[in-house]
Design a protein around this ligand. Structure first.
Ligand code: 2M8
Length: 439
């Protein structure tokens, strides 16, 4: 099946489901990537992917991590709309139904919006492209402002997450230490649906992890999503370096969008300041020994030491001093990552095979995720490392040509895992293919 077909089959008109069975709803950071892919097929439809998501933005600026599809078959996903229905009555919630989750995910949206504009301009669709950016700009600004205020009362430039689901890299070992200290309380019994849609339960998080995930949801609901209350008592509060660096990249994109839209100078100063603050915050979390940037557990005031792709955050944030860039490239091409001799292709495993509790089939504990390869590819290009970027693009396209548009891949065998028609995988493939003539 071709990338374009995957997106068409998952197209629900105004938005795209993340995957046909496993994920029948709209996911926030998936949509940012999907818009990037759709831009190459139909800029107007790509624009709607984002405007439809932002129609469910919360009053405080939060963009929900899932917008539930009222037409999805009952019991197709857990926790679904019923589980989150009470969140629809919280003070900041948007009108419901459709219901949304009360969590959020990394802000890929400005990256998507900028790509839509770039392609629209190339195609001579400047008028419609600019109109779209004018419509979305204030919403993007509100969203980023939420992340840099409610989620960063410290003013560190780094985003605090309340749940591993907010990171997008759910069961990554980078959260093990913080999650292990979460004690699960009384909850009604529940039935997982995700295991019905994969070949092997080892591809998904464990039951122990799920219990903690649901308990954290329960606590957020009990706090009625009051950010100050959550900050005070929640057992999982982590400064997430991957989330934070995507926000830096998104703020850079927002600056470009702001210039196209033509906004007051003070907006440019504000967003430019966010970019600087984010880079400085990442710099504070640099670990010279691992040659990576590390998340921080605020509850226990401790660094979360794990070798995962999130550690390359400064590379994604860009504008690095030469010494830091070289240190990151050394780690990336070392035996901990791309230099690992067992890798089938030189693509970044989500977790280093040398990391404790690495698992080559388990979700974010080891498999290669095309969207992450896309982020690193883009970062290498921007750092002027065009040969390395090109090698990564070539390897990624080969993996997809052989294994299809799977959610993730076993790093040593290239076996396709998880969902087999994952929208964001098809989307980044389209962007890589469009880059052919450009390289
Ligand atoms: C995965 O997460 C969802 C929960 O949000 C799940 O496992 O049920 C993650 O890979 C996440 O990053 C992604 O956005 C989502 C949909 O593709 O699936």
């Amino acid at each position: 099946m071709r990338a374009e077909e995957v997106l068409r089959r998952n197209d629900m008109g105004e938005w795209t489901r993340a995957a046909p069975d496993l994920y029948p709803h709209q996911w926030s950071w998936d949509s940012g990537f999907i818009a990037i892919g759709l831009a190459h097929l139909d800029t107007a439809r790509a624009a709607r992917e984002l405007t439809s998501l932002f129609a469910h933005q919360w009053k405080n600026g939060k963009v929900p991590h899932i917008v539930f599809n009222p037409e999805a078959p009952p019991d197709s996903y857990f926790p679904g709309a019923e589980h989150w229905a009470s969140a629809g009555r919280f003070p900041d919630a948007p009108p419901a139904p459709p219901y949304t989750s009360a969590l959020c995910q990394p802000p890929t949206h400005a990256l998507g919006a900028l790509r839509v504009w770039e392609v629209a301009r190339e195609k001579g669709e400047e008028y419609a492209g600019r109109r779209f950016l004018r419509e979305l700009y204030p919403r993007l600004l509100l969203w980023h402002r939420y992340l840099l205020t409610e989620r960063d009362p410290e003013g560190s430039g780094l985003v605090t997450i309340y749940h591993p689901w907010e990171s997008g890299t759910d069961n990554s070992p980078r959260f093990d230490a913080a999650l292990e200290s979460v004690e699960v309380g009384e909850m009604p019994p529940y039935e997982r649906q995700d295991l019905n849609h994969v070949d092997d339960p080892a591809e998904r998080p464990t039951d122990e992890e799920y219990a903690r995930y649901l308990w954290l949801v329960e606590l957020i609901k009990r706090a009625r999503c009051d950010e100050a209350k959550i900050y005070e008592g929640h057992p999982f509060l982590v400064k997430d370096v991957l989330f934070s660096t995507i926000l830096v990249a998104a703020n850079e994109a927002l600056l470009e969008i702001a210039r196209v839209v033509g906004v007051p100078e003070e907006d440019l100063v504000l967003v430019g300041g966010w970019v600087e603050r984010g880079r400085a915050g990442l710099d504070d979390l640099w670990d010279p020994e691992l040659g990576l940037c590390l998340d921080r557990d605020l509850r226990h005031d401790a660094s979360l030491r794990a070798r995962t792709v999130a550690g390359f955050a400064p590379l994604i944030a860009g504008d690095l001093e030469l010494a830091r860039l070289e240190a990151l490239l050394r780690t990336l091409y070392s035996p901990y990552f791309l230099g690992e001799p067992r890798l089938r292709l030189p693509l970044p495993p989500s977790t280093s095979p040398a990391q404790r509790r690495f698992h080559p089939r388990s979700y974010w504990r080891g498999p290669v995720w095309p969207v992450v390869s896309w982020l690193l590819w883009r970062s290498l290009l921007r750092a002027g490392e065009s040969e390395r970027a090109e090698a990564m693009r070539g390897a990624a396209l080969r993996e997809l040509a052989e294994g299809g548009f799977a959610e993730y891949f076993e790093p040593f065998t290239g076996e396709a895992l998880g969902s087999h028609e994952q929208s964001w995988t098809a989307a980044v493939a389209l962007d890589w293919l469009a880059h052919d003539g450009a390289s």
